[in-house]
Design a protein around this ligand. Structure first.
Ligand SMILES: [Zn+2]
Length: 84
């Protein structure tokens, strides 16, 4: 069994790890150290792009959410489910 605690397959807007997707704070700063897991993202949509820190357009549906960075594209919660 492979153990993958952090999937490298997460799309850049949630997986880049440069900015916290919930606060927009730089991850290398004291406030931004929390890197979301796919499991956390299943419960709460990201608000900021992990790659560039821009505020994303977020749409919440009954079944999940999508979030869109104008530079790095759209992430859909169903995509994360498939990669989990
Ligand atoms: Zn971005």
């Amino acid at each position: 069994m492979l153990e993958m605690s952090e999937s490298p397959a997460l799309p850049a807007p949630v997986g880049a790890g440069v900015y916290n997707v919930y606060t927009g704070a730089a991850v290398d700063g004291a406030a931004g150290a929390v890197i979301p897991t796919a499991a956390q993202l299943g419960l709460e949509p990201p608000r900021f792009c992990a790659e560039c820190g821009r505020r994303m357009i977020v749409q919440v549906r009954p079944t999940g959410w999508w979030a869109k960075c104008s530079r790095h594209g759209q992430v859909d919660s169903t995509d994360l489910d498939m990669r989990r």
